[in-house]
Design a protein around this ligand. Sequence first.
Ligand SMILES: NC(=O)c1ccc[n+]([C@@H]2O[C@H](COP(=O)([O-])OP(=O)(O)OC[C@H]3O[C@@H](n4cnc5c(N)ncnc54)[C@H](OP(=O)(O)O)[C@@H]3O)[C@@H](O)[C@H]2O)c1
Length: 244
Amino acid sequence: MRQVVLVWFALILTAGATHAGQPLDIVIYGATGEVGSYIVDEALDRGHRVTAVSRRPEQVDLQHDNLTIVKGDLLDKDSVTEIVTGQDVVILSVRGVIGDSGLPESALQFIAAEMLVDVLFRQEDRAPRLIHVGGAGSLEVEPGVLFAEKLPKILLPKNLEVEILGQILALEFYRKVDDVRWTYVTPPKSFTNGPRTGDFRIGGERALEDDRGRTRVSRADFAVALINEAERAQRVRRQFSVAY
Ligand SMILES: NC(=O)c1ccc[n+]([C@@H]2O[C@H](COP(=O)([O-])OP(=O)(O)OC[C@H]3O[C@@H](n4cnc5c(N)ncnc54)[C@H](OP(=O)(O)O)[C@@H]3O)[C@@H](O)[C@H]2O)c1
């Protein structure tokens, strides 16, 4: 009897530790990318089990006991469904433009957002959370004015303009989604290759400026903020921004 009570007590203690400390199963689309590769490193360093997705998995040379590398394409809905099923969190950190319509709807960031929401919606209570790496163009720089509206369009490469507008469209789409647990994490205007400091600010829909008027963060610190959200789920169905 005493043994049964002890086992029961140990089980309660373990359950209590679940949300605070247990490793998560995290799938990362864009794991080979400039931003996504930092997210992979941060998640692995914190003991999570990571599934890195790439259209060409042979290009991933990282090895880690908690890392699984799988072949996958966001344009293949069946493969996406298979890959995300049973995961705790799906991270979307991709870029691309599909076709040559020149419309924001052709940005992969928007296409993938729509498709993943549909896949996750169908999984109901079992669906993982979705964390989308967004675009700074969606941040307000003054009341009612987005950073994207201030960009000199004439100087922007066409595909970049499509992606910037596609990111805004993705956010507008998410804002209407209340049956999937999404979060839109917005980088500042500039990413740096600086070190992981763990020292940054979290903002909302407004661009955060430092005392010299710059809005920037290192990719390593951005990854810290993103994995914090993966672990804590503090900003579900919200946009938040990260900057020094
Ligand atoms: N200041 C800003 O606002 C700012 C600046 C930079 C980036 N970003 C955002 O950050 C995110 C990541 O950007 P990045 O610079 O890291 O991009 P990147 O280095 O160009 O990497 C793009 C990633 O997209 C993946 N990808 C492309 N097409 C795919 C498909 N059909 N299926 C699955 N994966 C696909 C690629 O994976 P494989 O080739 O391995 O398949 C690659 O890992 C984007 O959303 C971008 O808009 C924002």
